[in-house]
Design a protein around this ligand. Structure first.
Ligand code: ZN
Ligand code: ZN
Length: 361
């Protein structure tokens, strides 16, 4: 079954008395998921009988070559082309996305639907359907994520011999990014984080001009994108000898991370995985782990579901989720270790290959 057929099958027959027979997908990643195509101008329209990818002249040729499962429509005026599709399929109710639609777009779609007596539905239905479909990766999607992670692992090996006391956090971040691009990443997965010494307590700190010093722990959080799919990994390494406390914190984070990975298995609720990591850290460092344990990864760097205290969703085979506990001691230092795991029936497969024992450079 194609992706649009899966979506069409999952769409409810009606919502609050409105018969649902189409979905208009405007956000970049959802549109890419449904059509396999991405460009700055693109909309996918899924009906129960057919699916369309609409784009403008600039991308028409590429769309005709790349889009396999949807009919390609090159529009002059987007609203006119959508209205024609609604008319052709006698559409009465249209699901719209909610989270990423701008007010201007919502107004435009409301007008288009009004032209043809169809009703737009802007509750969370379409967002929920798409995030649930996207959460379970196909084998082809897993291969893309693995390819992105292979570049990320290679970048980590490379950076270990690059780091020394003459490099700043920015130097290291830039070198990671150049390396990944040179290895075939189409782009980096997110703004690279390199924080060292006292900066390490800022879990999402921005790389600065601070030079690496003896006794620093250096936290590097980075990833690559291959064919739209992201990777995400964090490693914390020591530059020169670090003290007992730094080592103890590192050991605790690693123990928490391993406990969470151990807890992953299809059917286990996400918050149980979170709890496995959190219990280990809260015992010795209460309040030092303030973010969630992990998030789904795919066409976006942060996807549903999350290993979060509030997420009761049971994991399913094929989900790819990060496991990334950390300890942050304000003004002093921080440690985070992050892998991406693939949920399987009996446990999980770790897609991250880089070593995790504390490396002293
Ligand atoms: Zn990360
Ligand atoms: Zn992450």
């Amino acid at each position: 079954m194609t992706r649009w057929e899966m979506l069409a099958q999952a769409m409810p027959r009606e919502i609050d008395g409105v018969p649902i027979d189409a979905a208009v997908i405007t956000s970049e990643e959802n549109c890419r998921y449904i059509s396999g195509f991405h460009a700055s101008a693109r909309v996918a329209v899924v009906t129960r009988e057919a699916a369309y990818l609409l784009t403008d002249f600039r991308y028409g040729e590429a769309a005709r070559m790349q889009v396999k499962d949807c009919k390609v429509v090159v529009y002059r005026k987007l609203s006119k082309s959508i209205e024609e599709i609604l008319r052709r399929h006698d559409i009465r109710g249209v699901l719209l996305e909610r989270e990423k639609l701008t007010l201007a777009q919502a107004e435009m779609y409301r007008n288009v639907c009004g032209q043809w007596n169809a009703l737009p539905v802007t509750d969370a239905t379409l967002d929920t359907l798409l995030r649930e479909l996207r959460a379970v990766k196909t084998e082809a999607e897993i291969r893309e994520i693995q390819a992105a992670q292979a570049i990320t692992d290679a970048a980590f090996s490379h950076i270990l011999q690059y780091i020394d006391g003459t490099r700043s956090e920015r130097d290291i971040a830039l070198e990671l990014e150049f390396f990944m691009r040179r290895q075939g990443a189409e782009k980096i997965a997110f703004d690279t984080i390199v924080v060292s010494g006292a900066n390490g307590s800022m879990c999402h700190g921005v790389p600065s001009d601070k030079k690496i010093q003896k006794g620093d722990l250096i936290t590097m959080d980075f990833g690559a994108v291959v064919n739209g799919y992201h990777s995400d990994m964090t490693r914390t390494v020591a530059y020169g000898q670090v003290n007992e406390e730094q080592q103890a914190v590192y050991r605790t984070v690693l123990q928490a991370q391993l406990a969470a990975i151990e807890a992953v298995r299809a059917g286990v609720p996400c918050n149980e995985v979170d709890r496995a990591a959190r219990e280990v850290i809260d015992r010795c460092y209460p309040g030092a782990f303030g973010h969630t344990t992990g998030h789904g990864v795919g066409l976006e760097i942060h996807e549903w579901p999350c290993f979060a205290p509030s997420c009761q969703t049971p994991t399913k085979p094929g989900m790819v989720i990060t496991v990334e506990p950390g300890i942050y001691l304000e003004g002093r230092f921080g440690v985070r270790i992050e892998d991406m795991v693939l949920v399987t029936e009996n446990g999980c497969e770790n897609l991250t290959r880089s070593a995790k024992e504390l490396l002293v450079l």
